[in-house]
Design a protein around this ligand. Sequence first.
Ligand SMILES: *[C@@H]1O[C@H](CO)[C@@H](O)[C@H](O)[C@H]1NC(C)=O
Ligand SMILES: *[C@@H]1O[C@H](CO)[C@@H](O)[C@H](O)[C@H]1NC(C)=O
Length: 310
Amino acid sequence: MAAATKKSQFVMKLFIIFCPFTLHIIQGLEAASAGVAQHPAWMLLDAQDCGDSVADRIIGGTNAGLGQFPWIARLGYRSKELTSGIEWLCGGALITPLHVVTAAHCINSAGFILEWVRLGEHNTLTDPDCQLWTCAPPVQDIAIERVLPHLNFSNFHQDLAMLVLKTPAVFNDYVAPICLPRPELPGPLLGEPLTVAGWGKMNMTTEERATVLQYVQVPLVPPAACDIFGHGFKTSAGEVCAGAVMNKDACGGDSGGPLMKVYDTPEGPKTYLVGVVSFGPTICGIKKPGVYTSVSYYLNWILDKLLVNK
Ligand SMILES: *[C@@H]1O[C@H](CO)[C@@H](O)[C@H](O)[C@H]1NC(C)=O
Ligand SMILES: *[C@@H]1O[C@H](CO)[C@@H](O)[C@H](O)[C@H]1NC(C)=O
């Protein structure tokens, strides 16, 4: 027994030496690279005041608690055909008072012009939103100043974009930024549950969606599990595959919305942005994994965009 363990440890070591890439795939996601701490935009991020959630207000079910995901943004579009009304069709994640991370495919929607970011939303039918005896302040609708897609976005690869807001978000318990990955935090392991949240819509043509913010846990699965979507799609290094054991009734998040992991930190539990909903997971009731853009993989790109217009 002991000998067998020793032998397997030895084999494991060889494996680490010769197959670091394969090992990465087998174990989970890589942490953010150490180099990001040298990026000039790194210090613009507030490592303390991010990722904090009023989680004790969760009431259960898959409905989110009021203020559970205060970084969740909804993206508002004006239809090119209809003259009035804003449609809220994608999600995003607030990372600074002026920056929202989303998916590139959310900014080139045929027939729609992306104009607004809505923060502090919970129940789309009520404003203000209340739960038990607590009410959140009204939502903040902020116009978008600049849209910065990843320039190599194509066929759902590099599906990442940064939105720069015209005026800064006003932080409160219901509007607050999520943390970005840090080099000292290990990447999630295979099988580890991650959380995705949204109003459960991803089909730009149908109206059906949840009115209260929903969340669901999706385990990290090997990248190859996502090579099932046809059209020659193959998961690449910048993508995360998660899901496949969702509840029958669970709905995933909106396209562009956050894939999240909570880490214990010296300042208490904080939520970090692991991925951006790209495609696949948001069809309610379908047991298929979903593809997410990896935030640690594109962290330098994200930091570069924080310096645009500064
Ligand atoms: C896009 O791809 C080209 C060619 O592979 C590369 O040189 C360039 O750096 C990429 N752009 C970004 C923003 O990653
Ligand atoms: C969206 O809904 C329409 C109408 O039901 C359907 O034809 C289309 O295939 C759906 N698209 C996706 C991506 O599911």
